[in-house]
Design a binder for this molecule. Structure first.
Ligand SMILES: [Zn+2]
Length: 351
């Protein structure tokens, strides 16, 4: 009797612990892979970007042809190139989630899936200053299972696959990519391409012309495959969120080259040769629109903050107050002088 009771109690506590650890008692996200509901409609989707040079060129092509598409972006790429995410959004394209690191989600447990989905969600939402939150997800490699769909469902996502695979990553030939898509696409087709490959970008103009010549309409959103919704209304974004800059933050030059100057302002003379695009700098302190930086070759000077993408640093973990004895044993100053710079930065920011 006692044994039975304890089993019941054990069962109940197991159930409770399951309830406590699975907030995703959620329904599975709906999965779509094209739609035959309305005739003659197709939609272009581009995965794996944003790519620093190819995605902007693709955006130019789409604008020239007046086509809106969906971009399934990886969180780590979006974090590296937030301006491209913003541009795609402002030009009417749908910003969508393709996981943080493009890992195969079915190899992960629920917590790992949750992390991959939500880190990318955070990167995309933050690039768009919170003005838009993605709700279309495409699992890397199209690989999904019930747990993936439950995590997506818990966060309000739709699981979007495709029905027309360009195999662009394999063909790597613009004519063959275009021909394969035109041969295979039909009513309600969702066309899979990748904006990280040169040949994929180059295949797009002829593909658009061919689809139109075949009487297919390129609809502006995935939803418009099945309903009569038109192009999204004109969009605006608030100024990009200013990522807090603290001594020791790092940043990357987002212009083709950037002068490093002796003081904050274009009136100050440049110090030596300009920094090439993509250079990493250490940020010493922000002064309005200018950053005091240290370059990899050891120069210290000022650059315009507009041309530096600041890397978001992880939230500092609040340090436990060190016991007096441990503090006494701590080294007095780090060898690299980081502490001095922090002190200088703090002193300057008080002025
Ligand atoms: Zn992918």
């Amino acid at each position: 009797m006692t044994r039975i009771t304890s089993k019941v109690v054990l069962g109940a506590s197991l159930l409770l612990s399951v309830l406590a650890t699975t907030p995703a008692m959620a329904m599975e996200a709906p999965t779509i892979n094209g739609s035959r509901a309305l005739r003659g409609r197709v939609h272009l989707t581009f995965d794996d970007g944003p790519h620093p040079s190819r995605t902007p060129r693709l955006l130019d092509i789409l604008k020239r042809h007046d086509v809106k598409a969906t971009f399934f972006m990886c969180g780590n790429n979006a974090r590296a190139h937030p301006r491209i995410v913003r541009r795609a959004y402002l030009e009417g394209h749908t910003i969508a989630n393709h996981s943080e690191t493009h890992t195969q989600l079915t190899r992960l447990g629920r917590a790992g899936i949750e992390r991959e989905v939500m880190r990318a969600h955070e990167a995309l939402t933050s690039a768009l200053s919170g003005a838009y939150e993605p709700h279309h997800f495409r699992p890397p490699y199209g690989s999904h299972n019930r747990t993936v769909r439950e995590v997506l469902g818990a966060h309000g996502y739709i699981n979007v696959l495709w029905d027309t695979d360009s195999l662009d990553w394999q063909l790597r030939n613009r004519r063959r990519i275009t021909e394969k898509v035109l041969r295979e696409v039909g009513d309600g087709g969702i066309i899979l391409l990748h904006d990280i490959h040169e040949e994929s970008i180059m295949s797009v103009p002829a593909m658009i012309e061919g689809l139109r010549a075949n009487g297919l309409e390129l609809v502006p959103t995935i939803e418009a495959l099945t309903d009569d919704s038109g192009a999204p209304a004109p969009r605006t974004l608030p100024e990009a969120e200013v990522i807090p800059v603290t001594a020791g933050s790092r940043g990357k030059v987002n212009a083709s080259s950037l002068n490093i100057r002796s003081g904050p302002g274009v009136g100050n003379p440049p110090l030596g040769t300009p920094l090439p695009g993509g250079s990493q700098v250490e940020i010493l302190i922000a002064q309005g629109d200018w950053l005091q930086v240290k370059t990899a070759d050891g120069r210290e000077g000022f650059v315009s903050a507009r041309f530096i993408d600041v890397e978001r640093v992880a939230e500092p973990v609040a340090a436990e107050p060190a016991p007096a004895a441990a503090a006494a044993e701590a080294p007095r100053a780090p060898a690299d002088g980081a502490e001095d710079r922090v002190r200088e930065a703090n002193a300057a920011s008080r002025e």
